[in-house]
Design a protein around this ligand. Structure first.
Ligand code: 5AD
Ligand code: SF4
Length: 464
């Protein structure tokens, strides 16, 4: 089955659903948990729903169809979904015609689907990460038969292009460059729920960005679980660095971001490419996870503390303005105080501009879940607090380095709390608030960063 024939087949189902719902003004509510990949998938689901004639609402209570796109990277995400589903039960009682759909990473886990199948009988449609393109077809079956439909694929080689999408922002957009992950970090469920790594073809990606640019998008974020290994398995030989450079040279694109980099695959070529092309954001998210060699090896990360420090040093030396952010896990099985000290040592040496710190969460099916030395909650929490304090102190200090500088800001919106103010982001990804003097959202402006308030700046307009 060719890619194009599949997308046109799905477009037919969208038409069929539209026909089925004819004469009724129906609303959908899209709820997303998790990362940018899920955000992107939900934009596609929303695009399909709008093509099917549904209108968007932000309120689950007034929707005729709710679709929850789930995350399972840590246990909290699972708990949040079950909480939301509990509330949805009441909506369904109030409005029996309501259609409840579940998709995303959690649905790729057998035990989850079993639980939903037995304990949440009011869910109408369940599908996974590999077949979101089939949403319209599955929904059509639900509507026609009134039966519950469950369709989970274990894997796929297919990448279906050209489905409709509804962007959250008119001026910026995520662009998938690859799907899945082959790294099998021992704590991580992603390779099990998102499948093997598959890169999209260069020309499909570039064409998508060109078409976004002609539609008013000025900033794109190239998305993948491990963007640095982009290109594996493609006929054409192409590195991530070259793709990035090409994306940054597209007319109309003023800024290109990317997420996420794995330290083991970060090349010299990429660092030089960022340095040499000012359209590429001065920001790299480079998950450290731990500073302890012993834990890095148990985590299956394939780099050492020194490798990481050398990379950070190369980045800071070649691109002095770059902002380096990271992810850190505390409380991995067998972690001891001296491992935490190693992590803190890296934090002090790299001087992260920002960091997400996570308590280790045991994910069924991963290697780490069956390791000896799982730690008690109090220890995990103690390590977490230690690391969090350190990263917060340092990133606050780091933010001071841009004070008094005039920086290019992409205006992203009117401040929610104070409409006389605008909010935007500098290339380094920090947020800036400044007076609303009529600069249109989605344009670039020169802003003087007057002072840092810890994680954001207050600034004044310098020109645009
Ligand atoms: N427990 C805690 N944090 C995790 N992450 C991934 N899996 C787990 C887990 N089991 C974190 C990693 C990753 C980020 C997206 O989520 O830090 O980089
Ligand atoms: Fe998970 Fe590691 Fe893949 Fe990131 S690189 S998605 S942490 S397995």
């Amino acid at each position: 089955m060719s890619v194009n024939s599949e997308s046109s087949r799905q477009l037919e189902f969208m038409e069929k659903v539209r026909e089925h719902n004819k004469g009724r003004a129906l609303k959908y509510c899209s709820v997303v948990f998790g990362c940018q990949m899920n955000e992107k998938d939900s934009e596609k689901l929303s695009g399909m729903l709008e093509k099917m004639g549904y209108e968007r609402t932000e309120s689950e209570a007034e929707a005729d169809l709710i679709i929850y796109n789930t995350c399972t990277v840590r246990e909290n995400a699972d708990k949040r979904l079950y909480g939301r589903l509990g509330v949805a039960k009441q909506y369904k009682k109030d409005r029996p015609g309501l259609i409840i759909c579940l998709c995303g990473c959690m649905m790729q886990e057998e035990h989850v689907v079993e639980k939903i199948n037995t304990s949440y009988p009011y869910v109408d449609l369940i599908f996974g990460t590999h077949n979101i393109f089939k949403f319209s077809e599955l929904l059509f079956t639900v509507l026609e038969t009134g039966d519950r439909v469950i369709d989970i694929w274990e894997k796929t080689d297919e990448i279906v292009e050209d489905l409709p999408s509804r962007r959250k922002y008119p001026f910026k957009s995520g662009v998938n460059i690859m799907f899945g992950c082959d790294n099998f970090c021992s704590y991580c469920i992603v390779p099990y729920v998102r499948g093997r790594e598959r890169s999209r073809k260069r020309e499909d990606i570039i064409n998508e960005i060109k078409s976004l640019a002609s539609d008013g998008v000025v900033e794109v974020m190239l998305l993948g679980q491990n963007v640095n290994s982009y290109g594996k398995g493609l006929d054409e030989e192409i590195s991530f660095a070259r793709l990035l450079d090409e994306a940054a040279n597209i007319d109309g694109i003023g800024r290109v971001r990317f997420m996420t980099s794995h330290p083991k695959d970060l090349s010299e070529e990429l660092i030089d490419t960022i340095r040499d092309n000012p359209v590429i954001a001065r920001h790299i998210h480079l998950p450290l996870q731990s500073g302890s060699d012993r834990l890095l090896s148990l985590m299956n990360r394939h780099y050492t503390k020194d490798d990481y420090l050398r990379l950070a040093d190369a980045l800071r030396t070649k691109i002095p303005d770059i902002s380096i952010t990271t992810d850190i896990i505390t409380g991995f099985p067998t972690e001891e105080e001296r491992d935490v000290e190693d992590t803190i040592d890296v934090i002090k040496k790299v001087r992260f501009d920002g960091a997400f710190t996570f308590e280790y969460s045991k994910r069924t099916g991963t290697k780490a879940a069956s390791m000896e030395g799982q730690l008690p909650k109090e220890t995990v929490q103690r390590y977490f607090d230690e690391v969090l304090k350190k990263v917060q102190d340092i990133s606050k200090e780091q933010a001071k380095r841009f004070e008094g500088r005039i920086m290019e800001v992409l205006v992203e919106g009117i401040n929610e709390k104070d409409p006389s103010m605008l909010t935007g982001r500098i290339s380094q990804n920090n947020v800036v608030h400044f007076k609303n003097c009529g600069i249109p959202v989605g344009s670039f402006a020169k802003i003087m960063l007057d002072e840092t308030m810890g994680f954001y700046y207050n600034g004044t307009v310098w020109g645009h």
